[in-house]
Design a protein around this ligand. Structure first.
Ligand code: ATP
Ligand code: MG
Length: 421
């Protein structure tokens, strides 16, 4: 047996093997297929194992004690083989697909087709390999194993047609280029541009999921460079596409995982913004685009604030107080991430120093609180106290040495005379 087949045979989990065995003994064909077979063959950690079978969903349900009718319209039944979600095995009846008139799902699904027809509806040749753990036989009608060895991604059949049927496939193709570090076959790449009208019809949630997977790859640029030159970026992020320059992709590759979305949106930072203030327009632009893409609030907020502060990296000179003022405008949990995104090493280093030293950046960091201040000034709660605290913070950002109780009380008394009641 060759090394890749031996790896695959050893990788099939016992419960998946068991599910295939039960169906085979009942007289049906049952094979593992898709991403897990692909990954096991190349020695990558497989994700979920999917089983495909000639049995109908009813026949599958009749063959096992514990089943869940997960997606009967797609022919999918989940077999519960033990405790916990890891024991679940999804079994899907071999199916062929009719035409796709909406670029998202087929108009009709036909069950009872042979395995090769089920494989033919899959997106990429490397995803269209089936393995029978009972007979240790590979079903590889399109040459997936050769493509895996060549680290090559090809569409099954005609690329334009396959990408047009389901617009998400163009994103999957470029995603796998980054995730697997494979080359996209030129003829397959050429099929992307003509299929882009289909991508526009795909739900933004699915597009966002693919983007997240791309950004989680070691080098997202492997996907995004193709996405840019084929028009995928123009389709899903037109404003980023219009503004992106030479440094767009290198920055994304260099960025740690948490700040890669911000790096993706980095071209939305304005060139002419005041370097040491938060650029609220850029923040708003990123929020609007992130929300339209159905990113989570947490993702949107982080990316928006970091892009709002990004232009600070262009400031050639700044005083430490300027850096503190800029950091004070960011949420506490986002400040360290700003330093991860900036390509101005001195500014990033100063930021890390400020954060490590715990220099005061918010009213909550002051050495006195509102209660003490009210008592010392003999004042009732009200907006005046808030104003005085804000002014104290402003002074402390200028000079952190002022952040002592005595100094702040003296400052507050002087300010109270200035501000009045
Ligand atoms: P991963 O799970 O790592 O994202 P995968 O290839 O396993 O990758 P799944 O979404 O789990 O992707 O799908 C399992 C299989 O179903 C794929 O390997 C492929 O054969 C097929 N498939 C999934 N999505 C599509 C699609 N949009 N068009 C055609 N075939 C698809
Ligand atoms: Mg999968």
């Amino acid at each position: 047996m060759t090394a890749d087949l031996a790896r695959l045979a050893a990788a099939v989990p016992a419960n998946v093997r068991e599910v295939c065995g039960v169906l085979t003994k009942a007289g049906f064909q049952a094979v593992t297929v898709g991403g897990a077979v692909r990954d096991a063959l190349i020695g990558r950690e497989p994700g979920d194992w999917d089983v495909a079978t000639s049995a109908t969903p009813e026949q599958v349900m009749a063959s096992f004690r514990h089943t869940i009718p997960t997606g009967l319209q797609h022919g999918t039944v989940t077999i519960v083989t033990g405790r916990g979600i890891a024991s679940h095995v999804e079994v899907t009846t071999f199916r062929g697909e009719g035409a796709y008139s909406d670029a998202r799902r087929p108009d009709s699904v036909r069950f009872g087709v042979p395995l090769d027809e089920d494989l033919a509806r899959r997106d990429l040749v490397v995803n269209a390999i089936a393995y029978d753990p009972e007979t240790a036989e590979l079903h590889d009608p399109f040459g997936g194993r050769v493509d895996l060895a060549a680290k090559r991604l090809r569409a099954v059949g005609n690329a334009v047609e396959r990408f047009t049927e389901d617009g998400l496939r163009v994103m999957r193709a470029v995603r796998f280029a980054a995730q697997l570090e494979f080359e996209l076959d030129p003829a397959t790449e050429a099929g992307i541009a003509p299929a882009l009208p289909s991508l526009a019809k795909v739900s933004r949630e699915r597009v966002a999921d693919e983007l997240r997977k791309i950004l989680a790859a070691r080098q997202p640029s492997r996907a995004l460079a193709i996405a840019r030159r084929t028009g995928i970026v123009r389709s899903i992020l037109p404003d980023v596409d219009a503004a992106a320059g030479e440094d767009w992709l290198p920055r994304i590759d260099r960025a740690p995982g948490e700040v890669r979305l911000a790096a993706l949106f980095a071209p939305l930072a304005a060139n002419d913004a005041d370097p040491l203030h938060l650029d609220r327009d850029a923040t708003r632009r990123v929020l609007a685009i992130g929300r339209a893409l159905k990113l989570s609030n947490v993702e949107c907020e982080l990316a928006a604030q970091l892009v709002g502060a990004l232009h600070a990296e262009r400031a050639a000179v700044w005083a430490p107080a300027d850096a503190r003022r800029l950091l004070a405008a960011l949420d506490r949990d986002k400040r360290v991430h700003a330093a991860e995104l900036w390509q101005n090493a001195a500014l990033a280093a100063e930021t890390r120093r400020i954060l490590a030293a715990g220099e005061p950046l918010a009213v909550g960091d002051l050495a006195i609180d509102g209660k003490e201040l009210m008592a010392a000034l003999d004042q009732a709660p009200g907006p005046a106290i808030g104003r005085i605290l804000a002014m104290l913070l402003e002074r402390v950002i200028e000079d952190p040495a002022r952040n002592t109780r005595d100094q702040l009380l003296r400052d507050a008394q002087a300010l109270e005379l200035e501000v009045g009641h």
